[in-house]
Design a protein around this ligand. Structure first.
Ligand SMILES: Nc1ncnc2c1ncn2[C@@H]1O[C@H](COP(=O)(O)OP(=O)(O)OP(=O)(O)O)[C@@H](O)[C@H]1O
Length: 604
């Protein structure tokens, strides 16, 4: 069987693949489901756009009327009417603008909130294999700055662009209607404008995408350094990381500057072409006026429409750059949303037998990590753990102990062989059901920047306060929690920085006790604690494992001595099995490891 979930590779470092960029149509189709629920608002927005554009276009005719009738015929009553008509148009213009701004901004805000939610929800479901190649900062940049770019453009640029497109075409139509002769000029100018718009637009889009990618790199650098600032400062490597960051910023600046250059070029070319066209129109129109073929009012409205056409083209060329930038950002979001590196689940899943006497079983399991496909991390491993049994995993670093945990949690699927819980292959069960059976206490438990209580109930949100306190007492955490001001409601800081290593471990142990899992996976911490802490953690672990099926990566003598069985691993294989006493006699590797690894708790 192939390893389906892990062979989907995502490499954010190669994210600037221009070929993969979606066309605007594809992007619109992709994001349409997010826009669709807001159809009513979109229709209102379109209506207001036409209202605004229509009013502006009408203004030109009003102007002609004002010049020819009101001013030309020197009739004050006509002048009054013309001014009233203009005021009416201004009112429509104002209301339309209000409606457009409100609708478009509301749509933008709501759609982007939905997209942000969708991106985050998708990211939380992606497989662990995906996270190995993705870079946190880049993922964060997609959730925050890329969505912000799209939002900015959607809310302001898109509506401005739509308005200007209508004005441009409306203005052109009015020019043509007023004088068919002008259409000739228009017919020449329009393709001249459209062709560079398409050609340069595409390049601009690629450049924008690259600029967003490099900006993502900047986030990656910053995120990495900020989260490891203690290490950076302890090693005195501030200037090194600064230089690294500077390079990322320089690259990002280069990419942004080349985008800006392209954008400037596009603006320049377009404005030159459009204003040349307008000059031509004015030249022809002026001659017509001099020859008496058209009135001063007609020429005024000509100039008005010509100005409308020119200014909307100018705007459009500016906006085209922004739109392309948004398209680049949208493309990066779409790429993340279409990443399908999700652990596969069968449609007809089976139920787990929670009372089966075998807690879990590995049957001829082999596995290699996707990043090291031809080096087996687990090599034909078979074993079983019976309900109620306590099994210790011992082996040199890199033997594959943690990998067994990863496979049990279905972070990865084995290349060959079967892993079952009870008598059911874990691939035939819903992923959530598998993980619901398991309680994990990692070496360096992750706490969240929330209260102690919230961290405790992470694995069992419905636990009441009595149960929480009972679990904390068993984990020998209650006393230290009560000694902190605010007790269970005290904030632990980001990643739990306000607690000591031993305290964090005990919170994690209490968390696992609360979850009351069928199978406990415990990775004992190797970090040396002071004697008192060590004793507390040891006591907490005993309470945790009491009458519970557990698989423990053992680093302490007490753990191996009390284990029902020890599996000795080396190079991805189980090379011996037995009790501590047996292995001390039978295995030289075990004896060496016992000497080196098992820290006998020190006396105070
Ligand atoms: N994400 C990964 N990608 C590629 N190879 C990996 C990955 N994680 C672990 N490995 C490799 O797989 C092998 C088994 O690693 P594993 O973490 O299971 O060892 P371990 O016995 O838990 O070691 P330790 O006691 O040091 O934690 C090692 O050779 C390791 O280099």
């Amino acid at each position: 069987m192939t390893n389906r979930n892990t062979d989907v590779s995502y490499d954010a470092t190669k994210a600037d693949s221009a070929e993969a960029a979606m066309t605007s149509g594809e992007l619109l189709r992709f994001f349409w489901p997010y826009l669709a629920p807001h159809k009513k608002r979109i229709m209102l927005a379109v209506l207001s756009l036409f209202m605004v554009a229509g009013a502006l276009l009408f203004m030109g005719r009003g102007l002609a009327f004002l010049v020819d009738e009101g001013l030309g015929k020197q009739d004050p009553a006509l002048l009054d009417r013309a001014v009233m008509a203009t005021s009416l148009i201004a009112l429509v213009l104002a209301f339309g603008s209000y409606l457009r701004t409100t609708m478009v901004n509301q749509i933008g805000e709501m759609v982007l909130a939905d997209i942000r939610r969708a991106v985050f929800a998708h990211v939380t479901r992606l497989s662990i294999g995906w996270f190995e190649t993705a870079r946190t900062g880049d993922v964060l940049a997609r959730i925050t700055s890329d969505t912000a770019t799209v939002q900015m453009v959607m809310t302001s640029t898109l509506s401005m662009a739509a308005r200007n497109v209508i004005l441009l075409f409306g203005g052109l139509v009015m020019v043509v209607l007023s004088s068919p002769k002008m259409s000739l000029v228009v017919l020449v100018v329009v393709p001249l404008v459209v062709v560079p718009l398409i050609l340069l637009g595409r390049r601009l889009r690629v450049a924008s995408r690259r600029a967003q990618d490099r900006l993502g790199d900047v986030s990656v650098e910053a995120e990495e350094v900020v989260s490891a600032i203690r290490t950076v400062q302890a090693f005195g490597r501030e200037s090194f990381v600064r230089a690294h960051f500077d390079k990322a910023v320089d690259d990002s600046l280069d990419a942004a500057l080349s985008r800006v250059r392209l954008r400037g070029l596009l603006s320049g070319i377009l404005i030159f072409l459009v204003f040349s066209g307008i000059s031509a129109i004015l030249w022809i129109g002026g001659q017509d006026l001099l020859a008496g073929r058209i009135s001063a009012g007609d020429l005024s409205s000509f100039i008005f429409y010509a100005f409308l056409v020119a200014s909307s083209t100018g705007f459009l060329s500016e906006l085209a750059g922004d739109l392309q930038r948004a398209a680049g950002a949208a493309d990066r979001i779409a790429q993340l949303l279409t990443t399908d590196a999700i652990v596969p689940e069968l449609p007809n899943t089976q139920k787990l037998d929670a009372t089966h006497p075998v807690a879990c079983r590995f049957d001829k399991v082999s596995f290699s990590y996707p990043a090291a496909a031809n080096r087996p991390a687990i090599d034909n491993v078979s074993f079983q753990i019976n309900a109620g049994e306590r099994v210790a995993l011992v082996g040199p670093s890199g033997a594959g102990k943690s990998t067994l945990f990863h496979l049990l949690l279905r972070f990865y699927d084995p290349i060959t062989g079967v892993i079952s819980i009870g008598d059911t292959d874990i691939r035939a069960v819903k992923l959530a059901d598998v993980r619901a059976q398991i309680g994990l206490v990692p070496q360096d438990p992750a706490l969240f920047s929330a209260t102690i209580r919230e961290n405790l109930v992470f694995g069992r949100p419905d636990a009441n306060m009595d149960t929480i306190i009972e679990a904390a007492k068993k984990a020998q955490a209650h006393d230290f929690i009560m000694a902190i001001p605010d007790g269970y409601e005290a904030m632990v800081g980001e990643k739990g920085v306000r607690l000591s290593g031993g305290q964090r471990q005990r919170v994690a142990i209490a968390r696992a006790i609360l979850r009351n899992p069928r199978l406990l996976l415990l990775d004992e911490a190797t970090s040396a604690l002071d004697a008192q802490s060590e004793a507390a953690v040891q006591g907490a672990l005993e309470n945790l494992m009491y009458e519970r099926t557990s698989l423990v990566i053992a680093h302490r003598l007490a753990t191996v001595v009390r284990a029902d069985r020890i599996l000795l691993m080396d190079q991805g294989r189980i090379i011996a099995e037995g009790t501590h006493e047996m292995l001390m006699v039978e295995s030289s590797l075990y004896r060496t490891l016992a000497d080196l690894q098992f820290s006998v708790p020190r006396r105070a």
